[in-house]
Design a binder for this molecule. Sequence first.
Ligand code: NAD
Length: 243
Amino acid sequence: MQKTVLITGASRGIGRAAALAFAKKGYRVIGLYNKSTAKAESLKAEIASLGASVEMLAADVADYAAVEAAVRQAEGKLGRVDVLVANAGVSLVKQINDTTEAEWDRLFDVNAKGTFNAVKAVVQGMIDKKWGRIITVSSVWGEVGASCEVAYSASKAAVIGFTTALAKELAPSGITVNCVAPGVIDTDMNACFTGEERAALEADIPACRYGTPEEVAEAMLFLASEGSGYVTGQVLGVNGGFK
Ligand code: NAD
């Protein structure tokens, strides 16, 4: 049976690659994006050209009312969400002394509360169906921590704690909850690095290169699949061996 996937932060990077990968596998795609309307509309056209049903809606994941309204609107057209990819996220490269209270709050509002908000908007539908797949997105830094990225690392560690706890809570309802933890992936999030910094980073990665958004999307497809039904509460690193 055709399934509906909801992807947050779908307009670019890993979310965009996931939206295309799920569409190619026959899913109906609901994408939430923050502000990039032009990018979201162009992705919508690309997905529609593949023959997949698609809705793209603007919603700040930090705002529960906005997320819920967008999800209800999209579900009205494409049916209740079977698979959630809670992907939207923001990063911050700053030493702790320079990190402001507002920056700390925003990282947690988007990365941690945004994950909660997306789950809360779809989970009752999954419980009613006794089937669901929830895929959260942490980071290698959420697992091991990064110097000068303490707020980001902490917010992504929160996503891992959320995932492992929720997996236990939802397993009796036939819903799996797993986390993808990307290493260094070639997206706008890492566009801040100079060529020299990139080369130094790549030298530290056992696979000797950045990962691609498509490689992360492949891991998400597995965690969404029927066959992954006994895999829950796991953190799947997509990191080329980097930790
Ligand atoms: P990106 O910056 O290209 O994309 C982030 C997406 O999140 C964008 O579509 C953006 O619009 C959306 N977003 C940001 N704030 C939002 C908000 N308040 N409401 C709704 N959407 C919002 O980065 P990416 O690399 O594609 O990152 C995707 C996810 O992967 C993030 O959670 C990120 O932390 C995680 N991640 C990325 C890397 C990497 O190296 N790129 C590594 C580890 C984890």
